[in-house]
Design a protein. Structure first.
Length: 398
């Protein structure tokens, strides 16, 4: 797919969104102290509540936002979401209490239209056979954003603890202006559908999506894979410290390396593999890489193993955009927003449930009361992907 102005805007939007998320990571402990956390443990708990609140808001509002874009077009919803995110960053920069920060994260989750509507926009302008590679470019943009965000946040925090929020707000506002001038509407009037009361019920939207012929299997695979893949952001830092005694700098360096590998795989390798092997075989390859990578990290006891399995784990990140493409190709133009909203909601459910479940497994296997196996959560993730592998193969053959 050609890198047209609208496509570049979508990539810039998602990269800025990722920067806005990652830019906060370096200042989270100090930020929690600023709003009254009495200890590091309490600050971590408060930060976890903020993450869950964001995911819950995304779950409740994702299908609604997607359906609104099916009814009124992608551009107005996307611009409104960017404006809301700009306001959200300003609120967080000015927050003096934890509850204001929490409100800001809820608003950001409600404005999750940046990702939902952006992927629906890609579905509108890309041919069905191009969607897998196009969604891969979205993953690459996120990967670059997650590399730049923490680095920018760390540097900006030297000026003031709130500086990262003001920078994120400025980037978002600039992108609003960019979109107003360069972004055409992608959803034709004849492909729009009406927005009704039923669209306000996220559970109803999810049930409607699962009832669409051929769509349930990709949605199940997306949910289970996202759940399993959350083992990396949830436990990487704790696992690295437990197994290798890594400090914060080493953990950040390894995460940046992972982000670079993801960007290379999504932007460079994925389009070539889909042209050579097709979407189906590439998805099976990525799923196999996920199993190998997670098992490898589960039993890794040396730094060389991390170096070997990190690129394999990056290969597995081709799976979500390809699964999304299979889901998008099973519905018409008037339901792309609904489908992307449902996918975002399912990912949000995974983002709420997986950290609780996987950290529970980790705690069980690193205490002094049983078998010591800090890599157990990675093996659990591998088992989950292995369980859906027959379903993935079936999807690829239909």
């Amino acid at each position: 797919m050609k890198l047209t102005g609208p496509f570049l805007f979508i990539l810039a939007t998602l990269m800025i969104d990722a920067i806005g998320i990652g830019i906060v990571f370096p200042i989270m402990p100090d930020l929690m102290d600023r709003v009254g956390a009495a200890s590091t443990a309490e600050g971590a708990l408060w930060g976890g509540i903020m993450m869950s609140a964001y995911a819950a808001a995304m779950f409740l509002c994702g299908p609604i936002i997607g359906s609104l874009s099916d009814a009124y077009g992608r551009k107005p919803i996307l611009i409104a979401a960017l404006l809301t995110l700009t306001l959200d960053y300003v609120i967080m920069a000015m927050a003096q209490t934890y509850w204001v920060l929490l409100l800001g994260r809820i608003i950001a989750g409600m404005a999750g239209a940046t990702y939902i509507t952006a992927t629906a926009y890609i579905s509108d302008i890309a041919k069905p056979e191009q969607r897998g590679a196009s969604f891969g470019m979205i993953g690459a943009a996120f990967g670059i954003g997650f590399v730049l965000g923490p680095a920018l946040g760390g540097m900006a925090s030297g000026l003031h603890i709130t500086a990262p929020f003001w920078i994120a707000a400025g980037l978002s506002a600039l992108n609003v202006a960019f979109g107003l001038f360069i972004l055409p509407e992608s959803l034709k009037p004849e492909n729009r559908r009406s927005f009704g009361r039923a669209d306000l019920n996220p559970f109803g939207s999810i049930l409607r999506a699962f009832a669409i012929p051929g769509l349930a299997a990709p949605l199940v695979c997306i949910f289970v894979f996202e759940f399993a893949n959350l083992v990396y952001p949830t436990l990487w830092a704790f696992w690295g410290r437990e197994v290798f005694a890594w400090d914060g700098f080493t953990i950040g360096l390894s995460l940046s390396a992972y982000g670079v590998l993801i960007a290379i795989v999504q932007a460079g390798l994925l389009p070539r593999l889909t042209r050579t092997l097709g979407d189906g075989r590439t998805l099976i390859l990525a799923s196999g890489a996920a199993i190998v990578g997670m098992v490898g990290f589960g039993f890794a006891g040396a730094i060389w193993a991390v170096a070997v399995f990190l690129p394999i784990a990056a290969l597995s990140d081709m799976a979500p955009p390809l699964m999304t493409a299979f889901a998008a190709n099973r519905v018409g133009d008037d339901q792309q927003g609904l489908v992307q909203g449902v996918i975002a909601s399912l990912s949000s459910v995974a983002a709420v449930a997986a950290p609780i479940a996987l950290t529970g497994v980790f705690e069980t296997f690193v205490d002094d009361q049983g078998i010591y196996f800090p890599g157990a959560p990675y093996v659990v993730g591998a088992v989950l992907v292995l369980a859906i592998l027959p379903l993935i193969i079936r999807i690829c053959r239909t």
